[in-house]
Design a binder for this molecule. Structure first.
Ligand code: COA
Length: 227
């Protein structure tokens, strides 16, 4: 089973060797494959203004290889929604201590659409919920393409639109606020067969974490499993 590591300011030094491959992978995936040319950089690394000391990364590692990742940025700091896409949220960008903005979720191409074990993408969606409830978040804001909405609905992520979708560079994009709560996390764990929390908090003993509910008895999915 791949491991999901929480990487942030306090333990980043333990993962320093992963950062260069991580930013190169982002460049390969977002610039070369997805053709998001605004993110192009001559050094072949996709790094933006939100990759600051405040950013939290979930690194999905399998046999020491980075096979997927996701980024979370506190909404009290600058975010994609506050600085680039404020018009996507009718009531204006979210700035709340209990909401982080998610972005840059990816799985390396060779590990997408797997059915042998939990899909890497589902593991990441479950892990970020665990992260959120561990540190007392109540929601995640996301600027996303609208094709995510049925995917979220299928796995039980409740996404509330903050505005209407807009066409941006040929993509239908909108802003949402997703509930972060124990019920969703337990349901996700049930869907992918997790009976224990999945996150690795290496070097993060100083982080104040809430006790998680027992999931060892929650095997039956509360919602339709993702297909
Ligand atoms: N546009 C529309 N639908 C997409 C899509 C895209 N760019 N990428 C994925 N999907 C949807 C499709 O329904 C796809 O089914 P299909 O293969 O029948 O078209 C389904 O997601 C499954 O995607 P797949 O890539 O096979 O596997 P996955 O579920 O394991 O991984 C992602 C999903 C998004 C994590 C993976 O596709 C990825 O890493 N993509 C590149 C990074 C990215 O675009 N991230 C989102 C923006 S930050």
């Amino acid at each position: 089973m791949p491991e999901i590591h929480v990487v942030q300011r306090d333990n980043r030094h333990l993962y320093e060797s992963y950062f260069d491959p991580y930013f190169r992978l982002r460049h390969d995936i977002y610039v070369k494959q997805r053709k998001w040319m605004a993110l192009d950089r001559p050094d072949g690394r996709e790094i933006d203004q939100f990759d600051t000391e405040d950013a939290v990364y979930l690194f999905c590692l399998d046999g020491g290889q980075l096979i997927g990742a996701m980024r979370a940025v506190p909404t009290l700091s600058p975010t994609l929604m506050s600085d680039i896409f404020p018009y996507l949220s009718i009531r204006g960008p979210i700035h709340r201590p209990d909401v982080y903005e998610l972005s840059r979720i990816f799985v390396v191409p060779e590990r997408r659409g797997e059915h042998a074990g939990p899909q890497v993408e589902m593991l990441l969606l479950t892990a970020i919920m665990e992260y959120g409830i561990s540190i007392g978040l109540t929601g995640f804001s996301i600027v996303l393409e609208s094709w995510w909405l049925p995917r979220f609905a299928r796995c039980g992520w409740r996404a509330h639109p903050l505005g209407l979708p807009q066409m941006i560079d040929g993509m239908s994009v909108l802003a949402v606020l997703v509930d972060c709560d124990e019920t969703t996390w337990k349901s996700l764990c049930g869907q992918i067969g997790l009976t224990n929390p999945t996150l690795t908090w290496q070097g993060l003993t100083g982080v104040n974490r809430q006790i998680l509910p027992d999931i060892s008895l929650h095997h039956s999915p509360a919602v339709q499993p993702a297909r």
